[in-house]
Ligand binder design. Structure first.
Ligand SMILES: NC(=O)c1ccc[n+]([C@@H]2O[C@H](COP(=O)([O-])OP(=O)(O)OC[C@H]3O[C@@H](n4cnc5c(N)ncnc54)[C@H](OP(=O)(O)O)[C@@H]3O)[C@@H](O)[C@H]2O)c1
Length: 268
């Protein structure tokens, strides 16, 4: 369904980004893969080619506007235009606010999770207007509700959500679709191990388990691709999380109790 369409995917070196790149390649799409880790990006590139897609990789950091400009330029040079920009690169944290020793964590989360998407949007929009294309922001259910130990992450995803809501108004009549994606926990990605710890280092491998309601990168990728195909403006996965805004409004005490108990179980 995406044959010969060109997709930019930031954060394509692991997890959800890598899975989406593979699924798009299997569907005949051209993929422009972006990330900081050259070796891991090369692995994704190889997989995409083996799956029958055409792909190029661009090394860079979404928090640097000049890298995002180069990404868009290279995509246009490589494939002649851009149909979909998937802003997927992201970082997380796991620390109670009171324990945090390095406030730089908060700045870095905003620079990657929020400003990274803003930089990409700025440079890609002229091309998406030409193709009546789509800008896809991989946010999180945490752009709608916060959970313990994630203050900076939830704030950055709330900012991303606000940006996308405003952008939708500003782009009315241009033919560009904005899709925001709000997944629950995705298991089997590098997000947890790479999350910032209280001292600004990374959490590393931990025994914390994902609960049974978490989703796989495969499930998440298929749902995102389907939402792109249908030019939806919002995707919440799994479906039951659509109850979150209602619970916040009607039963906030229950929602807070539920979130606390899920996190407590994971910590055991
Ligand atoms: N895992 C979850 O439970 C979950 C739940 C909801 C939403 N999400 C969102 O899903 C997206 C993908 O996460 P994931 O779970 O697949 O995690 P992941 O496996 O850690 O992937 C994150 C990707 O982002 C890239 N990245 C990080 N910082 C970057 C930067 N400054 N510039 C460019 N690329 C950067 C990483 O590549 P390099 O290291 O090569 O740069 C990596 O490819 C994120 O936006 C995350 O917030 C995840």
């Amino acid at each position: 369904m995406f044959a010969s369409k060109t997709f930019i995917i930031t954060g394509a070196s692991s997890g959800l980004g890598k899975q989406m790149a593979c699924d798009l390649s299997a569907n005949g799409a051209n993929c422009v893969l972006f990330g900081r880790n050259e070796d891991k990006l090369a692995e994704t590139l190889l997989l995409c080619e083996e799956l029958g897609g055409q792909a190029i990789s661009v090394i860079g950091d979404v928090s640097r506007p000049e890298d995002c400009e180069r990404l868009v330029d290279d995509a246009v040079k490589g494939f002649g235009g851009i149909d979909v920009y998937i802003s997927n690169a992201g970082l997380s944290m796991w620390a109670s606010f009171e324990e945090v020793k390095d406030l730089g964590i908060f700045r870095q989360l905003m620079e990657v999770n929020y400003l990274g998407a803003v930089h990409g949007a700025h440079f890609v929009l002229p091309h998406l207007k030409k193709s009546s294309g789509q800008f896809v922001a991989i946010a999180s259910i945490q752009s709608r509700m916060a959970i313990p130990h994630h203050t900076g992450y939830a704030a950055s995803k709330h900012a991303l959500e606000g940006f996308c809501q405003g952008l939708r108004y500003d782009l009315e009549g241009t033919g560009v679709n904005i899709l925001t994606v709000h997944p629950h926990w995705i298991r089997g990605t590098d997000m947890r191990a790479n999350a910032f710890s209280f001292d600004g280092g990374v959490v590393g491998e931990s025994k914390r388990s994902h609960n049974k309601e978490s989703i796989t990168p495969e499930e998440c990728s298929l749902a995102v691709l389907e939402a792109i195909h249908r030019r939806k403006s919002e995707l919440i996965i799994p479906n039951k999380l659509k109850l979150v805004p209602w619970l916040k409004l009607l039963w906030p005490g229950y929602l807070r109790w539920k979130i606390r108990s899920v996190i407590r179980r994971q910590n055991k």
